[in-house]
Write a protein that binds this ligand. Structure first.
Ligand SMILES: Cc1ncc(COP(=O)(O)O)c(C=O)c1O
Length: 452
């Protein structure tokens, strides 16, 4: 078996970063100018430390491709962290958004399309009621608040390795069994409301539910923010459903990343039954959106709360925002669901996901690498070990940030944007089989050089 030498990784990374910067003089100059007005020269300081060789300044994005200000064109396999999975600049969405903007983008009132979008979501995801925010983080926050208010309990049970957005409660991780904050600036008491266990460990879930006042379990259909994917074992989601019912906690399923894996998300494909389902990202076709759907019980709770005529916010769960559920989001989401994220297109894109996984398996075999491919529809990808990880302990044991960064900057220099360290490939709805073959050829080139 071929092992990849860490000195070789460092040498190739250094060479590729120099090349990347040398070939992007306009981006470099613009970012230097931007440093005068923004931390790290970017609108979200986050971007400053996300990319192995630094960010690029984008000139335009169309379909599955990005072009930077220096004229480099990239097949985008990150898709703004899947939020643009439907494709950049979709004509039908652009036309609808243009029209809607001229007749009212945001009135703090529903339009007929708001109702149509809810009906479409119900058809697809089988949940009867819906609410909207501006991001999946907002949606998760509201779902958690509803769970707390409805259950009268405080704690949220999540899984190590998760990412559910920038919420104080969800930014902790486990190190040798101890819970630690992932970032600074979190409320000191935030950890008190958080319970973390390993994915796929139903015994640990049951112990936690028995011992702690858990309002809800917040879980991804598959863990997708760990530099690869952790798939659920058979029976894991069914076990969560059974245990949450048994212990009176709500089950919140976060499909912000995975809803594009299948028509109706993994919720429909795998027959999952959350109390609250969180969606967002790609469903807005490029217009920011967070969505959550829920059961009649949750709706009865919310509606019951606000039907009392004492006009008191203090008796209502804290949800909402001035810009949430706006008309522009609804128009964009309606067209994206209706014309892009269709059953036929999902089937086509999932074939590309299989092509990707098959191609990775071939590369691994040709190079005799101790790696494997995981299959998750359009989110299929490579894993740097022969056995797929069951949880974040197994993932962290093999996840190599240096190696990921080497691959990403190498690919960027050869026309593929795979972006950030925690990301794994994502196939755009605008991609074609030649695009996937292009990606595979570049990946093979990169791994061949790393293994040499
Ligand atoms: C599973 C999951 N949930 C929530 C979020 C947060 O989404 P947003 O950036 O729209 O707030 C993300 C973002 O990557 C995510 O992957």
């Amino acid at each position: 078996m071929t092992e990849i030498d860490s000195k070789r990784i460092s040498a190739i990374t250094a060479r590729e970063i120099s090349r990347f910067r040398a070939e992007r003089p306009k981006s470099t100059a613009l970012l230097r100018r931007a440093h005068r007005t923004m931390p790290h020269g970017v609108p979200m300081a986050w971007m400053g430390y996300f990319y192995p060789a630094g960010p690029i300044v984008v000139a335009q994005a169309n379909g599955a491709y990005l072009t930077d200000v220096d004229g480099h064109r990239y097949l985008d396999m990150n898709l703004a962290d899947t939020s643009m999975a439907a494709g950049y600049g979709i004509e039908s969405v652009a036309d609808a958004v243009d029209r809607q903007f001229r007749i009212g983008s945001q009135m703090l009132l529903p339009t007929e399309e708001t109702i149509e979008v809810c009906e479409m979501l119900t058809d697809r995801f089988s949940l009867p009621y819906w609410q909207f925010t501006l991001s999946a983080s907002n949606a998760n926050m509201e779902a958690i608040r509803i769970a707390r208010a409805q259950s009268g309990r405080d704690k949220i049970l999540m899984f190590d390795g998760k990412y559910h957005g920038m919420l104080d409660e969800s930014l902790h991780f486990l190190e040798d069994g101890r819970m630690l904050p992932e970032s600074t600036g979190l409320a000191a008491h935030a950890a008190d409301g958080t319970v973390l266990v390993q994915y796929n460990d139903l015994d640990a879930v049951e112990r936690a539910l028995a011992e702690e006042p858990v309002a809800c379990i917040l879980v991804e259909a598959a863990v997708t923010n760990v530099g690869g994917v952790i798939l659920p074992e058979a029976g894991f989601h069914a076990g969560l459903r059974r245990l949450t019912r048994q212990y009176g906690a709500l089950l919140i399923l976060d499909e912000a990343h995975t809803s594009v894996c299948a028509y109706g998300g993994l919720t429909r494909t795998w027959g999952l039954e959350p109390d609250i389902l969180v969606l967002g990202k790609a469903l807005g076709g490029g217009i920011p959106i967070g969505i959550y759907g829920f059961t009649s019980e949750v709706r009865d709770f919310l509606q019951g709360e606000s039907s009392n005529d004492t006009y008191s916010w203090r008796q209502r769960v804290a949800i909402g925002g001035t810009l949430f559920g706006n008309a522009l989001q609804m128009t964009a989401t309606k067209v994206t669901l209706d014309q892009v994220l269709t059953e036929d297109n999902h089937a086509r894109v999932n074939k590309l996901g299989s092509l990707l996984a098959d191609g990775i398996e071939d590369i691994v075999e040709r190079l005799n690498l101790p790696w494997s491919a995981y299959r998750l529809y359009c989110r299929s990808g490579y894993h740097p070990a022969t056995a797929l990880p069951r949880n974040n302990i197994e993932m962290a044991a093999v996840h190599d940030h240096k190696l990921r960064n080497a691959i990403h900057v190498y690919l960027a220099n050869r026309g593929v944007w795979e972006a950030i360290d925690s990301a794994s490939p994502a196939v755009s709805f605008a991609a074609t089989a030649p695009d996937i073959n292009f990606y595979l050829a570049r990946l093979e080139e990169c791994l061949t050089e790393l293994c040499a």
